[in-house]
Ligand binder design. Structure first.
Ligand SMILES: [Zn+2]
Length: 626
């Protein structure tokens, strides 16, 4: 009898054990590791001792003290900028920066000159539950996102990796491996889920390259810096050209969540600011020159030349050895590695932001910080250009003729992306701002916490291409029978959504270029925040595919400092056969306002501060005479 009981018991135990295993693997309760972007972890001199000093982010007092110590020169050179002498002020700023950042300086071999460290990586004190309980929010790189995740998942199972952003990607990848091994032991898990951002994307990819993917069940990365950037070149060579409009919008969206002031700076040029930063770059360079991160992040095509010009092969040999490996061995292997990870059963997803100039100049389509082609592997038209009508894609990674991987703006061709079926693009989103808008915030959360979304076809709410739905963009448009950005004969209405945080809008005109449609806004009324309106239209959609068009919405945003608004949306007509044309052409309908007004009048009305309002009036009036 005992034997029978033991036998039955052993079956019950083993069945429940297997059920347990099956349940665990289905649910995916692996701990989550968050790896932030460049300079997101605070850095300290002599951390935890009585000499502790916060080096990053520098305290305001330290900046003011530095200015005070050199006040006569600061004021004299500042005054000089008003008569066009920007060099001297730039040098003063650069020298000030080199004083403030002195303790962040590195030796030529890529090691730290001073004793610099950060909040320790220890699973017991690096999980979000502990950090929230103890008020350590400054170590949670995106506090709001961490809290949002914590509402949806056990915060004691979410861990923040801290790192020294001055160090190269290999050194940080070794430290990440140590942390992940500690987390696995601490949580009794075999695997972790990784979410990384920007430089964190390069560090985490390097970690997988060096240690394999056997400890990773999900790998989600937003704007990963795996393909490099021209920023090191711009800083080291003092060759800076700021796109003020994009930068103003970037900061305004971070600080206030709206985009009122930035609209004034559209098309503005600020030569003085550029000149000041170019002159300041010498001072900045002395602090940044031997940072392994800067060399890890450098564009592949500029690395060799910069290395020859700025690094001594003998005294920087140890630094060069690591960054050479990153450039020649690791970075080129990452796209293939992502595809191998998928074959091994790891969920891999990339988010890429597009549609903006880069902060330090250049013609790449990007997110202010990184070019989209290096983040995603997609083929991108240079800014201001697009693919020719009828373009069907290079199809180097995805050759499936059924798949359309061309963005509505016809600037991005994801058929050459590292992962064409697992890369999401957001037009108009800035670097690292995935959390600032509902679309990408919910996408990242779903990718990380559930198995609902396996690729760009899983859920029509998360297509490959979306417009940013950040509140500062005010309106979002979509035709009623297509994915966002595409138009065909099936569409009868345009759905306009008010995506401001709390303002009402009133639509005065909807214009189309590239396709002859008449929109009837007479019943649109006032739209409250979060609400949508359907605008009926008449006119024929041509029987062509991959043809560019544009929708322009003119509206009043009540409560905005700049209430007369114009939002433009690039769309693609997908309504028949594509000709298969190749190459780039000018984007064309930049602005009806610009194309139709006499040059002298356009010059007067297009000045910063006026342009938006003048364009609103022009569009509204032109509809009446159409
Ligand atoms: Zn495909």
């Amino acid at each position: 009898m005992k034997k029978i009981i033991a036998f039955v018991l052993s079956i019950v135990i083993s069945v429940s054990f297997f059920w347990g295993v099956a349940y665990a693997s289905e649910k995916n309760d692996d701990p989550i590791v968050l790896i932030s972007g460049f300079m997101c972890s605070p850095l300290y001199y002599e951390y935890g001792t009585e000499n502790e000093e916060k080096l990053w982010i520098p305290e305001a007092d330290k900046i003011l003290d530095t200015i005070k110590d050199d006040l006569p020169r600061f004021l004299k050179t500042l005054a000089g900028t008003f008569i066009g002498k920007t060099d001297e002020f730039g040098e003063t700023v650069g020298d000030g920066a080199s004083v403030i950042f002195e303790k962040l300086r590195m030796n030529p071999d890529g090691t730290s000159v001073y004793n610099v460290s950060h909040y320790p990586n220890n699973p017991e004190t690096s999980n979000i539950a502990y950090m929230l309980e103890n008020g350590f929010e400054e170590y949670m790189y995106e506090v709001k996102f961490c809290k949002y995740l914590a509402e949806n998942y056990d915060p004691s199972e979410i861990f923040m990796f801290q790192y020294d952003s001055r160090l190269d990607a290999i050194t940080n990848a070794h430290r990440l491996n140590d942390f992940i091994e500690d987390i696995k032991a601490y949580t009794n898990s075999d695997k972790v889920r990784i979410f990384s951002l920007s430089f964190g994307g390069l560090i985490s990819s390097t970690y997988i390259y060096l240690y394999g993917d056997s400890s990773v069940s999900k790998y989600i990365t937003s704007v990963p810096a795996i393909g490099g950037t021209d920023i090191p070149d711009k800083i080291l060579r003092g060759n800076i050209d700021f796109p003020i409009g994009d930068i103003a919008m970037f900061f305004e969206t971070v600080l206030s969540g709206e985009g009122d002031v930035a609209r004034w700076f559209e098309n503005a040029e600020f030569d003085k600011i550029n000149a000041i930063f170019c002159s300041a770059s010498d001072g900045m360079m002395s602090a940044l020159k031997y940072w392994g991160s800067i060399w890890s992040l450098c564009s592949a095509d500029l690395y060799d030349e910069l290395k020859v010009d700025f690094l001594d092969p003998v005294e920087s040999a140890a630094l060069i050895e690591k960054t050479d490996r990153i450039h020649y061995e690791i970075r080129p292997a990452i796209p293939r590695m992502f595809r191998d990870m998928q074959k091994n059963g790891v969920d891999v997803a990339i988010l890429c932001s597009t549609g903006s100039e880069l902060a330090l100049g250049g013609k790449h389509n990007g997110d202010v910080v990184l070019p989209a082609y290096t983040v995603s592997g997609a083929t991108c038209a240079p800014l201001g250009m697009r693919f020719a009508d009828g373009y069907t894609g290079v199809k180097t990674t995805c050759s499936n003729p059924e798949h359309n991987h061309i963005s509505p703006s016809m600037e991005i061709d994801a058929s050459s992306a590292y992962l064409p079926e697992n890369t999401w693009f957001v037009d108009g989103q800035y670097h690292g701002q995935y959390y600032y808008e509902e679309y990408t915030r919910s996408l990242v959360t779903k990718l990380l916490l559930t198995d609902e979304i396996t690729d760009i076809y899983s859920n029509p709410d998360y297509p490959q291409f979306e417009y940013s739905n950040h509140a500062s963009r005010s309106v979002h448009v979509k035709f009623d029978n297509n994915k966002t950005g595409y138009l065909s004969s099936a569409d009868k209405k345009l759905i306009i959504e008010n995506i401001t945080s709390d303002r009402s809008i009133k639509i005065f005109a909807v214009n189309s270029d590239g396709v002859n449609l008449k929109f009837d806004v007479s019943d649109a009324g006032t739209i409250k925040a979060g609400e949508s309106v359907e605008i009926p239209f008449s006119g024929e959609v041509p029987r062509v595919s991959t043809a560019a068009a544009r929708i322009t919405v003119s509206y009043i945003e009540f409560g905005s400092l700049n209430p007369f608004c114009v939002s433009e949306f690039d769309i693609m007509i997908n309504n028949g056969d594509a000709s298969g044309a190749k190459g780039f052409i000018e984007k064309g309908f930049e602005s009806r306002f610009e194309n139709n007004l006499p040059d002298w009048l356009y010059k007067i009305l297009s000045k910063p501060f006026f342009r938006q309002t003048a364009e609103f009036v022009y569009n509204t009036v032109s509809v009446l005479f159409d």
